[in-house]
Design a protein. Structure first.
Length: 414
């Protein structure tokens, strides 16, 4: 949907000369001291897929808001370009005329601001329909689309009200509805929840996750809140001094910070919603399993040396039986366990089964209900590995997965 190619933005009277210094490797501080120019964005490139939730974060002054505004040319970049990949073909935002730019900002790249930007003399409905009015949409259709957008954000029936009658959280919902009403392909969101109270902020995060799941919008979201970034983003770009110093999935950034700056950022983050069962699990020793299959022909038993547990898998690595302390344990999907009544002793004879992409918090819940190691499977129900308290403790304390535990594997036996 969006391609950013070597974007740079320098503020000052002669940005071209400062750009030459930047390309020579001069630091942001040196350029400011020697020429008076300020480097906002420094050679940033990325490509967003349709439907992706892309988060840009960093400290104040890192360049994240400047980068966002370069995407829709509210701030023209000094170098590089932004390309929109639409169903009608590619659009070079930097080469667009004033008329084309208005069309881009209403049909393709809509924006949600931190301070709502509502018009106090207009009703809630007319605020939501404002972008459609600029597009020249007739009033009947504007009202219909505005009311539909208000329904999406939980404000159905509030259309005739004045914005002054709404709370801060409701006003932010109006700003979100205004962006949705244009039906633009991409939503640019500049710290939209940072001014809200913590509870309302959490509610709005849940709202945007639901909308993303329902509508599949492509979202570029600016925040300085790491927990918010980890919760919302499919990928996160962390900025420092105008540069993207790491770009990756939340789990990748949390478990493998690329720089000391990123490591400081993630040091106090809550890993339980981000680190997955696949990362935490001690993996099956597939080479050893294949060797035993050749010898035994068919099912083999895999087990952890640290626990008196045997797990029988078939030729396709699917779990067929779990034995603990000489008896047979029942295999139960974690969601089935969590949906039942309060834990009883019978849970201790069960083995929880968890998908590889489930978060660490789910593993904590599973271990609270079952003494046996948690079985981690893929979407084809093949065994990937096991998780005990040891892996969970290490993942919380170290925010690291299997590599932090000396590379122990799940051993196999005939």
């Amino acid at each position: 949907m969006i391609r950013a190619e070597h974007l740079s933005k320098i503020f000052g009277p002669n940005p071209t000369s400062a750009l030459e210094l930047l390309e020579q490797g001069q630091s942001k501080d040196h350029i400011r001291e020697s020429s008076g120019h300020v480097v906002g964005v420094n050679d940033v490139s990325f490509r967003l897929k349709r439907g992706e939730f892309f988060v840009i974060m960093g400290l104040s002054g890192s360049g994240k808001s400047t980068l966002l505004r370069c995407l829709n040319r509210l701030i023209p970049p000094t170098a590089g370009r932004v390309v929109l990949e639409t169903d009608e073909g590619e659009i070079d935002v930097g080469a667009a005329s004033a008329r084309q730019l208005r069309d881009i900002r209403t049909r393709h790249l809509t924006m949600v601001f931190q301070r709502f930007g509502l018009l106090p003399h207009r009703s809630v409905r007319d605020n939501v329909a404002y972008g459609l009015e600029i597009q020249g949409v007739d009033r009947g259709q504007r009202i219909e689309r505005a009311d539909r957008a208000l329904d999406l954000v939980g404000l159905g029936g509030w259309g005739p009200s004045r914005t002054s009658e709404l709370s801060g959280g409701m006003q932010q919902r109006v700003g979100l509805a205004r962006a949705l009403a244009t039906e633009a392909e991409v939503m640019l969101m500049d710290e939209p929840f940072s001014a809200l109270d913590p509870l309302i902020k959490m509610q709005m995060q849940q709202e945007i996750i639901k909308l993303q799941n329902d509508l599949g919008k492509t979202i570029v979201f600016i925040t300085h809140d790491l927990d918010e970034a980890l919760r919302l983003g499919d990928r996160i770009a962390i900025m420092e001094d105008g540069r993207v110093v790491q770009l990756g999935t939340p789990e990748r950034i949390l478990t493998n910070p690329a720089t000391a700056y990123v490591a400081d950022f993630v040091e106090h983050a809550d890993p339980t919603h981000v680190i997955t069962a696949r990362t935490v699990s001690v993996e099956l020793d597939h080479d050893r399993v294949d060797e035993l299959r050749r010898e035994a022909g068919g099912r083999v038993i895999v087990h952890r040396t640290q626990a008196d547990v045997e797990i029988v898998i078939d030729a396709d690595d699917r779990v067929r039986e779990v034995r603990a302390d000489g008896g047979r344990a029942e295999l139960v999907p974690i969601d089935t366990l969590l949906a039942e009544e309060a834990p009883t002793s019978r849970y201790r004879d069960r083995a929880a089964v968890v998908r590889a992409d489930r978060p660490l918090r789910t593993l904590l819940e599973a271990r609270n209900l079952c003494n046996l190691p948690v079985l981690v499977i893929d979407h084809d129900e093949r065994l990937i590995g096991l998780v005990t308290e040891r892996e969970i403790i290490y993942s919380i304390i170290e925010k690291r997965g299997r590599d932090a535990m000396n590379g122990d594997d799940v051993e196999a036996a005939a």
